[in-house]
Design a protein around this ligand. Structure first.
Ligand code: GUN
Ligand code: FE
Length: 491
């Protein structure tokens, strides 16, 4: 897309807040040569199109006209997943967390000592996440420095936006898959950070407000408290303190046995959240995956530190971890995004998380029904123990995730100056239950001839979120560059 403006004309769905999104049936959106959105006009009637193009000094030479039933959506943000666990996806579902790690996860992750294996697998893994519509992904790699570099290279080569973390783990892991000392773990962490920061073009892409936003960035990744000794957590806290811009990702309070074990290992910390806090690892830009069994003071502490929570409902159901009280977090003003947590979760698609986040919220609603009184106006505005509405689910999948990565000014919605990280969603997969296009499924002839309205877009969005899959992700753009999707044929 170098040197020119690309224009998109058609339906656009644009998340705004936890409670709302905009839906524009006839939007004209311009993407500049830098991959940022130059301008957008929310409603342009077909007979006004040439006139508007003229006003902006553009021709229709690079105009992408979306077909009936297609719409633009900001790309998904996956705030927690494990690239090296994709080979295990869909297996080991008989286990809960700690047995699953020992029997399924660690043996597979250990194979990434082989760099050639890592190259082969990560190639397919990143392609899978991109084609599922994930434009920004927070990836755990393994403990291996070289294989972590391979993951960073692969994300970089495929043009995805990603945060890549080499796992820190030197305690209570099998001898074949453990780091030998805190010093070596810290040293490898410094190495991966400088490696990622020196990838080609790392500082050449400029987003809004002139802040350099390299597509691939490092993220500190203490696996979880159990797998790190106090000296290792201390060393990581020192790296975090010296570099306030660095994101941190870890697991918290996923499973009751894990919580009990953690509290036993760190009795002075007071709580699981207290462990990370005592080492300076709980702060803005910390992404905490799961948060199923937190105590009220831990929730308050997370809010106070302005850390974010990655809700991983597919994994939470699959490993029988529990149901995270996301509505409660939202009521408290805690930042929440969605995470696939492969292979605790069995899908690389954020759509799976949207669907299971909805189910999880319904479980909380009906299991807590006895405590729900007739809602007053004030209670209406609360999320706790209620079904999450569609705008909220969409927000968590996009802008909410972006805010966990401190990227909400750059991605997660469409606005002039923001990066064009987007999906062209299309019903052309022809699955049962899909919306419109070609073979129209609007109920009457009259309806099928009438122009698309906002309420049609509401329906398309809901059907995509609940019945869609990668067959409906026709094109995937990151920073204005077409990098994947069903119609992608390569760079
Ligand atoms: N806790 C520590 N490691 C892991 C992991 O790989 N997956 C999940 N779901 N939880 C963890
Ligand atoms: Fe995880």
């Amino acid at each position: 897309m170098s040197g020119r403006i690309t224009l998109f004309y058609g339906a656009v769905i644009n998340p705004q807040t936890l409670r709302s999104y905009d839906a524009h049936p006839r939007c004209l959106l311009a993407v500049g040569p830098d991959g940022n959105i130059s301008w957008l006009v929310e409603d342009v009637a077909p007979h006004d199109l040439q006139q508007v193009l003229l006003q902006y000094g553009c021709s229709d030479e690079h105009l992408v006209e979306l077909k009936d039933g297609e719409f633009l959506l900001p790309g998904f943000v996956d705030t927690h997943t494990h690239a090296p666990q994709v080979p295990n996806i869909g297996t080991g579902q008989q286990y809960e967390l700690l047995d699953w790690l020992a029997n399924v996860t660690f043996p597979t992750e250990a194979k990434f000592a082989d760099v050639a294996f890592a190259k082969r697998v990560y190639q397919q893994v990143v392609r899978g996440f991109v084609d599922a519509g994930t434009t920004t992904c927070c990836y755990y790699a393994t403990l291996h420095l070289d294989a972590s570099k391979v993951l960073a290279d692969t994300v970089h080569a495929q043009g995805q936006r990603g945060f890549i973390g080499k796992c820190n783990m030197n305690h209570d892991c099998p001898s074949y898959y453990s780091e030998p000392s805190p010093e070596e773990s810290i040293s490898a962490t410094h190495s991966i950070i400088s490696y990622i920061r020196s990838l080609p073009g790392a500082s050449s892409i400029h987003a809004a407000a002139g802040t350099p936003q390299p597509l691939v960035q490092p993220i500190l990744t203490p696996r979880f408290a159990i797998s790190c000794t106090a000296p290792l957590l201390k060393g990581l806290g020192e790296i975090a303190a010296s570099d306030p811009s660095l994101l941190i990702q870890t697991h918290i309070s996923e499973n009751p046995s894990e919580v009990k074990y953690t509290n036993g290992l760190f009795p002075d910390a007071g709580s699981y959240a207290g462990v990370y806090d005592s080492f300076g690892l709980l702060r803005e830009g910390t992404i905490l995956a799961h948060a199923v069994h937190l105590s009220p003071p831990e929730v308050d502490l997370i809010k106070e530190r302005n850390a974010g929570i990655s809700h991983c409902p597919t994994s939470n159901f699959n490993l029988r971890s529990g149901v995270a009280p996301v509505g409660k977090f939202l009521d408290k003003g805690i930042k929440v995004g969605l995470g696939t947590d492969v292979s605790g979760g069995f899908s690389v698609s954020i759509l799976s998380e949207v669907q299971h986040a909805s189910m999880a919220s319904k479980v909380l609603q009906f299991t807590n029904a006895a405590t729900i009184t007739t809602p007053s106006k004030a209670e209406d505005s609360k999320f706790e123990n209620k079904q999450l509405p569609i705008p909220t689910l969409l927000y968590l999948a996009t802008l909410g995730g972006a805010s966990l990565c401190r990227m909400e000014k750059h991605i997660g919605s469409f606005a002039p100056g923001k990066s064009f990280d987007a999906l062209v969603v299309s019903p052309s997969g022809k699955q049962i239950g899909m919306w419109g296009s070609g073979e129209k499924i609007r109920s009457t002839e009259k309806e099928s001839e009438s122009p698309t309205e906002k309420r049609d877009l509401d329906e398309w969005l809901e059907r995509f979120l609940f019945c869609g899959d990668d067959r409906n992700v026709d094109r995937v753009y990151v920073q204005g560059r077409w990098i994947g999707g069903r119609s992608f044929t390569g760079f």
